[in-house]
Design a protein around this ligand. Structure first.
Ligand code: NAD
Length: 501
């Protein structure tokens, strides 16, 4: 029995029951079990939803000014304790500390955006829309909402949603990934210290059982999901079938197109950073590099040079640039793609299995070094599948048009980037590419908090992107009010449809 026991957070305290099922939590750098997390059954989910339902009316009716003061306090606490949170992320996810700090910073951005909720919730007002009649709109919260998040950003992805949901007057049940559950509980402690009333933010841990109960629970009004495409599709279909508002963000296969006029040193830097940062376990990672002839040879050679110098080691070590994969099972799955790529005819230009790992105590960690495949083609599994590891595939194409066609024929449409010094070509790409987030000489174009994050096609089910104004709209519903204050001139019978006279 390991000492670190992670349990649900319901109604402002740690759940005190005995779980029927638990899961192991690992330190991916050592491969050791460091904790055990309770898995919720239906009863525990129901308890959390009940807490959220009971807290909802008071929180909804709490003044916007008061809600915002809690948000500001949460922002201050998150900012001052970000090192601690980053260390928790490193210990369960494996990413390097600087990367974990970056994750916290991008979550903090959304909290800061949500601090502006008084402005964001303002409705419209039309005086005298018809004679003596004013029309106005208000935005109101939905009620208890669920957030279901993936392992790869245990703090940032939940923070894409819950700051806006809470600021708008909703209450939340978060179901984080069972692989790195502790960040969600740390954030619960910060909310409590910030003065958030009990029951407004709840956490249930677990797996499909917990997710399924949230999807069918009649008191959950909306679901924000982020994870792999098959589960996103399932969550969208199941949640909407139960009458809920659902946004479900799925997987990705992001292409970076390098045109012949691009600065190849900058493009090589960008490909390595975006391909191997966080060991490729980012939904916005670049996994396919599309090199337009004749840049392929030069680009591959520059990328290989840079890969040779990458320092792979435990995330807690200051000099590590890339950490391990999240679990042994995932590492084995990614490694299997190396054999498959070779069998299918791709050139294994850099084999990550040979990359040295720095640091003591790493013998049983979930390691795989950065890997490069060249001359990859559609139809090969390394091209078609989302590998979600440190594997970069180079596809060579004869022209811009061939590159664009390749990007647009992907079933995914999360992020993409073009590298060029030609403004006209970049403009054309921006216009023609069928992808939700586009970088122009920016390899990971994650929008800032006041825009919205979301892909197209199999990368997002539903029509609302995350955060920004899409987030405000997702977590509120609008009401249009038509009002007049009666005086004797308003009398009389008229069965006609109201018109604006
Ligand atoms: P995952 O789909 O395995 O899990 C996501 C969540 O769903 C977790 O909370 C998990 O417990 C739950 N879940 C898993 N299997 C389930 C099932 N059968 N039924 C119901 N719930 C289930 O994803 P992951 O491995 O944690 O995360 C990696 C994936 O997330 C990648 O595909 C990545 O591209 C994607 N992702 C997408 C975005 C985006 O914005 N589009 C962002 C981050 C990650």
């Amino acid at each position: 029995m390991v000492s670190n026991h992670i349990s649900h957070w319901i109604a402002g305290r740690t759940w005190s029951g005995t779980a029927q099922r638990r899961g192991d939590v690992y330190d991916p750098a050592t491969g050791r079990v460091t904790g055990q997390v309770d898995f919720a059954g239906t009863a525990e989910v129901d308890e959390a939803v009940r807490a959220a339902r009971e807290a909802y009316p008071r929180w909804r009716d709490t003044s916007v000014a008061r809600r915002v003061s809690v948000l500001f306090a949460f922002r201050e606490l998150l900012n001052s304790r970000r090192e601690e949170l980053a260390s928790i992320i490193v210990s369960e996810h494996g990413k390097v500390h600087a990367d974990a700090l970056g994750e916290v910073a991008r979550g903090l951005e959304v909290v800061e955006f949500a601090c502006g909720v008084p402005h964001l919730l303002k409705g419209g007002f039309t005086e005298n829309a018809s004679t003596g009649i004013d029309v106005y709109s208000v935005r109101q919260p939905l009620g208890p909402v669920a957030v279901i998040s993936p392992f790869n950003f245990p703090a940032m992805v939940p923070m894409w949603f819950f700051p806006i949901a809470i600021a708008a007057g909703n209450t939340v049940v978060l179901k984080p990934s069972e692989k790195d559950p502790s960040a969600a509980n740390f954030l619960a402690g910060l909310w409590r210290e910030a003065g958030l009333p009990d029951g407004v933010y709840n956490v249930v841990h677990g797996d499909k059982v917990a997710v399924d109960r949230l999807l069918e629970h009649p008191d959950i009004k909306a679901v924000s999901f982020v994870g792999s495409t098959p589960i996103a599709r399932y969550v969208y279909e199941t949640g909407t079938r139960h009458g809920k508002r659902v946004q479900a963000l799925g997987g990705a296969k992001n292409h970076m197109l390098v045109l012949p006029d691009a600065d190849l040193d900058l493009a090589a830097d960008a490909a390595v950073n975006a391909g191997f940062g966080s060991a490729g376990e980012r939904c916005m990672a670049v996994s396919v590099l599309v090199a337009v002839d004749p840049v392929g040879d030069d680009l591959v050679s520059k990328i290989k040079d840079r890969m040779a110098g990458l320092r792979v080691g435990p995330g807690c070590r200051a000099d590590s640039e890339m950490g391990p994969l999240v679990t042994g099972q995932h590492r084995d799955k990614v490694t299997a793609y190396l054999d498959a790529g070779v069998a299918e005819g791709a050139e294994l230009a850099v084999d990550g299995r040979r990359h040295p790992v720095g640091g003591e105590d790493t013998a049983d960690g979930f390691w795989l070094g950065p890997t490069l495949f060249d001359r990859v083609k559609p139809g090969m599994s390394v091209y078609d599948d989302e590998i979600f590891g440190p594997v970069l595939s180079v596809v060579r194409v004869p022209s811009y048009d061939a590159g664009l066609e390749l990007v647009n024929s992907s079933p995914y449409g999360n992020g993409t980037a073009v590298f060029t010094n030609d403004g006209g070509a970049a403009r054309r790409f921006r216009n023609e590419v069928e992808v939700g987030m586009v970088g122009i000489n920016v390899p990971i174009p994650v929008p800032v908090a006041y825009y919205s994050f979301g892909g197209w096609k199999a990368s997002l089910f539903g029509d609302s992107h995350a955060y920004g104004m899409d987030g405000v709209h997702f977590f509120t519903r609008s009401k249009a009010v038509t009002q007049r204050w009666l005086d004797p001139s308003h009398g009389g019978i008229n069965l006609g449809f109201p018109t604006n006279r």
